[in-house]
Write a protein that binds this ligand. Structure first.
Ligand code: ZN
Ligand code: ZN
Length: 300
């Protein structure tokens, strides 16, 4: 019963929060920042497209626009925010039953705010890089992650095209490492905004020479190879797994940019028979499908 109330509170709390955000524009408002960042990259794609022959409203533009809204807001509204409160509550109860009351191993609450924000950003990006590698290596997880890799024409909105189960996987695996750090603040707005912006940038149809900064930050010229349909023998499970930072791929040998990737073919072997619509994609990996020989056996 306690978990059920936690669930209801989480659901109601998020619904109220979202409605409040929509009706009260202010400078730290996620709804309007998502719109603003999206319009910014859309304008760049229209003004200076990297692939000039790609349609301005590329294949699946509207599908991805819907994904953007769904994954950033609706999914949380529908279930995840409430469900994750329940998981955290149950998890803490489980730990308490073993006599563990506090997971915090590193207390950084007395650090300057910028140092705490930077620590969260760095730790989370590294954890996410590892989770992303798992999504490519574990066959059951790869089936979910195929949704993101079903993009055949790349643009900023493809950033948030992913299976709803990815939210569950990322947030569950992130929780434990982050819970071991004792933060003194709970407002990480600027970190979320920064990672949203770099994520949109990575997927945009736009070329920007970063110079030596490319070894630090992910970028469209690197991330396009992450979406390459055909992978080289040295990277059979994929390459360039970085979300915001490219640093991890350079440090651990998973960076791969053989040439200018402007016209590289995107997707994965068998993408042609992958579901095209939102419902089919979000059920993929959960129900047994009757599509025969859909990947030719070599999952990237
Ligand atoms: Zn991937
Ligand atoms: Zn991507």
């Amino acid at each position: 019963m306690k978990y059920w109330y936690t669930f209801l509170d989480g659901y109601r709390g998020y619904a109220n929060y979202l409605w409040h955000e929509v009706t009260h524009p202010h400078w730290r408002n996620y709804v309007y920042w998502l719109l603003a960042v999206s319009l910014f990259f859309f304008a760049l794609e229209l003004l200076r497209p990297w692939r000039r022959d790609q349609p301005r409203l590329r294949k699946d533009f509207w599908l991805d626009a819907f994904y953007m809204f769904f994954n950033f807001f609706l999914f949380s509204l529908l279930i995840y925010n409430a469900a994750s409160d329940v998981v955290v509550s149950a998890f803490n109860d489980l730990l308490a039953s073993f006599g563990v009351r506090n997971l915090v191993a590193l207390e950084i609450g007395s650090w300057p705010v910028w140092a705490q924000l930077f620590t969260l950003f760095l730790v989370r990006d590294f954890v996410q890089w590892n989770v992303h590698r798992l999504l490519h290596r574990v066959p059951a997880l790869w089936e979910f992650h195929k949704v993101h890799h079903s993009v055949e024409q790349m643009g900023f909105a493809a950033h948030l095209r992913y299976h709803w189960m990815e939210n569950v996987v990322y947030r569950s695996l992130e929780y434990l490492p982050l819970a071991t750090i004792g933060f003194g603040i709970d407002d990480f707005f600027i970190v979320h905004l920064f990672t949203l912006t770099v994520g949109h940038f990575n997927h945009s149809n736009f070329k920007l020479e970063l110079g030596p900064l490319k070894y630090l930050f992910n970028n469209p010229q690197m991330h396009i190879w992450h979406h390459a349909k055909h992978l080289p023998p040295e990277h059979p499970h994929g390459a360039n797994f970085g979300l915001t930072l490219s640093l991890w791929d350079y440090l651990f040998g998973s960076a791969w940019m053989p040439k200018d990737g402007r016209d590289v073919e995107l997707g994965f072997p068998g993408v042609e028979s992958f579901p095209h619509g939102f419902v089919g994609q979000n059920l993929h990996g959960l129900v047994r499908e009757t599509a025969p020989q859909d990947d030719g056996g070599d999952s990237p």
